[in-house]
Design a protein around this ligand. Structure first.
Ligand SMILES: [Zn+2]
Length: 275
């Protein structure tokens, strides 16, 4: 059995503020150890459950956060950008299951460090009418490759969100959201035990692959008009209001890559103070 772990950082044990996951910041240096701990806990559970291969794909910021010298030796680590499938690179290497570790809720939603791709400038993303966190989008992409999401870790609201797109996945809440930058956190020794147990039990469950669609319509709302205008530079992306754009593509592979292109272009137009 092969497992893919997509490892983000905002939903990791003890992580509650932007500095905790901002590369180069002293708090980030500390939280890299916590991220590595959560990932190792998942690797241990999958290995105990019978996984022969575990590929960990870095999925946060510049995708160079995990401490490879402290990684569980039963796993391998995909470090760095750029990669065609981004947060889900490796989903095309025929894993049986995917785990979303250290995930978070989507833009405009309650949850610790809630956002979708851009930290602040996107206020809402909907895909085929449903509010879409990164977890939902990535699960939809995984479904296109025939791979179910089996484990999700993050705050309690991230686990609740996961139930809406991967109802059979095991959710492990490593913290309880109080507000966007505050949470009641489990100590790493406790959350690690829970993640390991969650991963082990995720292997034993059967996880149906969600059905796919032949049309994926994204609606993305920004917090400023110029960002929506920038997004329309991408062919096929049209404005549907002063701050909202929409596009439709035939596969999730194309749609999520178009969304990533939109975030890259929009990112060039965000001013430091006014946004
Ligand atoms: Zn992240």
């Amino acid at each position: 059995m092969k497992v893919l772990i997509s490892a983000d950082m905002e939903g990791v044990t003890g992580v509650t503020c932007p500095d905790d996951c901002e590369p180069g910041h002293p708090r980030w240096e500390h939280c890299r150890r916590l991220l590595t701990g959560d990932v190792n806990a998942a690797v241990a559970g999958f290995a105990e459950g019978g996984a022969e291969e575990v590929l960990v794909n870095e999925a946060h910021a510049d995708m160079r956060n995990l401490l490879v010298d402290q990684l569980d030796p039963r796993a391998t680590l995909l470090i760095g950008t750029h990669k065609p499938l981004g947060m889900m690179e490796g989903i095309d290497r025929s894993p049986h299951l995917v785990a979303l570790v250290g995930y978070h809720t989507g833009a405009g939603e309650p949850g610790v460090l809630a956002h979708t791709y851009l930290p602040n400038s996107i206020t809402s993303v909907r895909v085929n009418g449903a509010t879409a966190s990164e977890g939902r989008m990535n699960a939809m992409l995984a479904a296109e490759y025939g791979v179910p999401v089996a484990l999700v870790t993050g705050d309690d609201l991230t686990c609740a969100d996961a139930l809406t797109y991967a109802p059979t996945a095991v959710g492990v809440a490593v913290k309880t959201c109080v507000d966007r930058y505050s949470a009641i956190c489990l100590p790493p020794a406790v959350s690690a035990r829970q993640i390991t147990e969650g991963a082990r039990s995720a292997v034993d469950r059967s996880h149906p692959v969600p059905s796919t669609s032949d049309r994926y319509t994204y609606e993305v709302e920004f917090d400023a008009t110029h960002l929506a205008a920038l997004a329309t530079y991408v062919p096929g992306v049209e404005a549907v209001g002063h701050r909202t754009v929409r596009f439709t593509l035939g596969t999730m592979y194309e749609a999520i890559r178009c969304f990533r292109a939109v975030t890259r272009i929009v990112g060039t137009g965000i001013e430091p103070v006014y946004g």
